[in-house]
Design a protein around this ligand. Structure first.
Ligand code: C2E
Ligand code: CA
Ligand code: CA
Ligand code: CA
Length: 278
């Protein structure tokens, strides 16, 4: 930098320096968080609006930082992905959620567990074996597992990804495309992949409130999913109006603050018991 002349890159260096600092602090923090057990799992119910039952729970990671309090996954997951720490973090989450669900009271054996996967996890050579091992070791049935992947996963090694998902699918695992409609936008893969459901991104669901016109995007996605024989899950449902609109379009499964915020394990059990009594 020096040879480019005095002071030329000072501003750039400072801005970049502080970004690197932030990144390094975050990386150190994440390593410590794993060792010191600062992560928790939150569960958000998925509701079948036809039967009115909770059919699954999405596991969402939470980080309680000892100094700064809760850090959003939107902030730390990208750093975890860039540093590869998402691999041990992702395994921790899957294992913890499997163990926890098995401890929930009788009557919840049909409840499915949805887990978010980063592309890096799926691209691991032994990804399938790792998932199987965790289910074997915890005793969590593979057929209760729903893996949420994003369209970005398909940006490389598609053949090997398809093969891995097929293997898992044969073992009873279901695959859902998360944030559908926001990513890599070739629809060609939809027929090649062993997917079971599309999860409509919340931005489309929220658009229902702001502008009934834009809601037609939701309509198109649902019609397409049904045409392909896929289930549809709507996420980010916050209002009765969104619920009614989605119900009219035959969207069967929903998730969002209208039904429940993400909950601690204890709260989730309470909700399930209250829900069952109704
Ligand atoms: P996502 O997978 O799309 O998860 C949905 C996010 O929307 C969650 O945010 C959830 O709390 C929030 N949400 C749920 N219902 C509503 C609603 O009605 N309205 C609004 N406005 N928001 C709602 P969260 O927990 O902060 O997670 C953010 C993102 O971080 C997730 O988006 C996911 O991409 C990532 N993430 C979270 N946990 C994990 C994990 O264990 N592994 C990986 N790889 N990523 C994770
Ligand atoms: Ca998700
Ligand atoms: Ca999502
Ligand atoms: Ca999202």
């Amino acid at each position: 930098v020096k040879e480019h002349g005095k002071g030329h890159y000072t501003f750039f260096d400072q801005a970049m320096g502080s970004r690197i600092d932030h990144h390094l602090n975050m990386e150190t923090g994440l390593r410590r968080a794993l060792e010191q057990h600062e992560f928790r799992v939150a569960y958000q119910p998925q509701v079948d609006v036809v039967s009115g039952r909770v059919t699954g729970m999405e596991a969402l990671i939470r980080w309680q930082h000892p100094e700064t309090g809760e850090v959003s996954p939107r902030e730390f997951i990208p750093v975890a992905e860039q540093t590869g720490l998402i691999l041990p973090i992702g395994e921790w989450l899957l294992r913890s959620a499997c163990e926890e669900l098995l401890r929930w009271p009788d009557g919840n054996e049909g409840l499915r567990l949805a887990v978010n996967l980063s592309p890096l996890q799926v691209h691991q050579r032994d990804f399938v074996d790792r998932v199987r091992a965790i289910c074997d070791e915890t005793g969590f049935p593979l057929r209760r597992l729903d893996l949420e992947i994003t369209e970005n996963l398909l940006m490389r090694d598609v053949e090997s990804v398809v093969e891995k998902l097929r293997t898992l699918s044969r073992l009873g695992v279901t695959i859902t495309i998360d944030d559908f409609g926001t990513g890599y936008s070739s629809l060609g893969y939809l027929q090649r992949l062993p997917i079971h459901a599309l999860k409509i991104d919340q931005s489309f669901v929220h658009a229902i409130r702001e502008n009934e016109e834009k809601g037609t995007l939701v309509e198109t996605i649902i019609a397409m999913a049904h045409g392909l024989g896929l289930n549809v899950v709507a996420e980010g449902v916050e209002t009765k109006r969104q619920l009614d609109y989605l119900r009219r379009l035959q969207c069967g499964r929903m998730q969002g603050f209208y039904f429940s915020y993400p909950l601690s394990g204890h709260e989730a059990v309470d909700l399930l018991e209250g829900w069952a009594r109704e």
